[in-house]
Ligand binder design. Structure first.
Ligand code: HEM
Length: 474
């Protein structure tokens, strides 16, 4: 249906003066039948939502996914993700899609194993540790700027691919700061291919077949994973040896912190498999998510040139000050990223399975119900936001930001399983976006239809071609 009217295209103003209305799927008038649901789910899950989903706080029903409750009431979400979190676990659908790639890493483990890993890994992502990565992130932004400065002005670049490259660069510099082995180019290429291929829903996943049933996506990935595992294991062995022989000179990057991490209660370290699974998890969970947040930010800025000017001025002033506090000065830049993640949440779906019965919004939730709290719907809900489909970063400026209900805006989730990398991602996003806006202006290619498509992350269909222009300073 793309190009045939299912996507409402971008309009400057779009009925609300001065606010751009970027493209989004037109809500369905009524629920789709089972076959159509399957078809649309496979193509693009955000196209399945009906008008009622955008207007009602809770909708219960039976779908091809079994008993489901679609919940967008912030109080009910608070109950599921926080107050009664013990009654809700990550559901089979998530485990099925993510586990084969990410194994026993923090994102996919459950129960006691998750508790131990979470407290062991917490020190890797404290604000202080993350602030220590500022210089590394600035260095990665300089590499990106230098690469773009070599391009002919007016050239069309795929911003989505470019952001993927930049966020992978940040992760490889913060995890493996002394390099990624003997074949860095091949390592990056294979890993990037692997990341591209995970995450589309396989029909086998939807029908909940046992995990020994082969999945097309996962079979394709086996070779890439094998190469990656070998390369990372070699890096880990080398790093362990260095830590033993010369701890003083060993870089304090995420790999060293992972190898040194100890459970504060038992002093136990992570096993070899857990170290490997978490390297993969940090890259898998932190690469495309952040790249998408940046891609959507740059696209939205192309629809609102006044915000582009503001960010360029803010970045000029911010980069002139001390590096330690750089991110604190990028207030408007952060507001743009937060608004981009409202309209296009990189993780567009958050789901849990009810272990026991519960009550949400006065409705009975039966044991085993799949509870869906999709940030995509929540962030555009008619009861929760003014001009829900319009780009308006002012909502996230100090003074307004505090009025947003904690459980109405969930780009990073909430409760005990909130994204451990949120501070890292926001800091990285602010630095990369500010560095870009200082030097460049990106224009949307008019002939390219922008379609948000949900895989594991919400990405632009067929990339994001944009015209690269140098910023002319006043
Ligand atoms: C804009 C970028 C990012 C977004 C939107 C994002 C979003 C999320 C969300 C929504 C969850 C919770 C899922 C749930 O409750 O079911 C999550 C969990 C997680 N994220 Fe992120 N993430 C981002 C960046 C990162 C980065 C940079 C890292 C690591 C370097 C990371 C590592 C993780 C991990 C390990 C978890 C699992 C936490 C747990 O279960 O204890 N994420 N992320």
């Amino acid at each position: 249906m793309h190009g045939s009217g299912s996507i409402e295209t971008a309009k400057a103003g779009g009925g609300t003066p001065d606010l751009p209305r970027p493209p989004s799927p037109r809500p369905q008038e009524a629920p789709l039948g089972p076959l159509a649901t399957l078809f649309v789910l496979r193509r693009n899950p955000v196209e399945t939502w009906t008008k009622a989903h955008y207007e009602k706080p809770i909708l219960l029903g039976n779908s091809i996914l079994g008993m489901t409750a679609v919940v967008t009431d912030p109080k009910a979400i608070r109950r599921v993700l926080s107050e009664n979190a013990g009654n809700y676990r990550k559901d089979w659908l998530q485990r099925r899609v993510l586990s084969p790639g990410l194994g026993e890493g923090l994102l996919t483990v459950e129960g006691e194993a998750w508790k131990v890993q979470r407290r062991t890994l917490a020190p890797l992502f404290t604000p202080k540790t993350v602030a220590g990565f500022t210089d590394t992130m600035v260095a990665a932004s300089e590499t990106l700027i230098a690469r773009w400065q070599r391009q002919r002005p007016g050239r069309v670049i795929d911003v989505h691919a470019e952001m993927g490259r930049a966020t992978l660069d940040v992760l490889s510099r913060t995890i493996f700061s002394d390099g990624i082995g003997e074949k860095p180019q091949e390592f990056m290429r294979i890993f990037s291919d692997y990341l591209q291929s995970i995450g589309s829903l396989d029909p086998v996943d939807l029908f909940n077949l046992p995990s020994f049933v082969p999945r097309m996506n996962h079979l394709k990935n086996r070779a890439a994973l094998g190469f990656f595992k070998e390369a990372v294991e070699a890096i880990i062995v080398k790093r362990r040896a260095r830590l033993e022989s010369d701890p003083q000179s060993t870089p304090r990057d995420l790999l060293t912190l992972l190898l040194e991490a100890a459970d504060p209660e038992t002093q136990d370290h992570l096993s070899e498999d857990e170290v490997y699974a978490n390297v993969l998890t940090f890259i898998g969970a932190g690469h495309e998510t952040t790249a998408n947040a940046l891609t959507w930010s740059l696209y939205l800025l192309s629809l609102a040139p006044d915000w582009g000017e503001r960010l360029a001025a803010e970045a000029d002033a911010a980069f002139a000050g001390p590096a330690e506090t750089l991110v604190d000065r990028l207030v408007q830049t952060r507001a743009v990223i937060e608004e981009a993640m409202r309209l296009y949440p990189p993780v567009a779906s958050l789901t849990r399975e009810a272990i026991d019965a519960d009550d949400l919004c006065g409705r009975r939730i039966r044991k085993g119900t799949l509870v869906m709290m999709p940030p995509w719907l929540l962030h555009r809900h008619r009861l929760l936001w003014d001009n829900p489909d319009h780009f308006d970063p002012r909502r996230f400026l100090p003074g307004a930001r505090e009025k947003i209900d904690r459980f109405a805006y969930l780009p990073f989730g909430a409760g005990p399983r909130i994204c451990i990398g949120a501070t890292f991602a926001l800091q990285e996003g602010c630095i990369l976006l500010a560095a870009i806006m200082r030097h460049f202006r990106l224009e949307h290619v008019e002939s390219h239809e922008v379609v948000p498509v949900q895989r594991v992350t919400l990405r632009p269909k067929d990339g994001m071609p944009m015209i690269l222009r140098r910023r002319v300073r006043a």
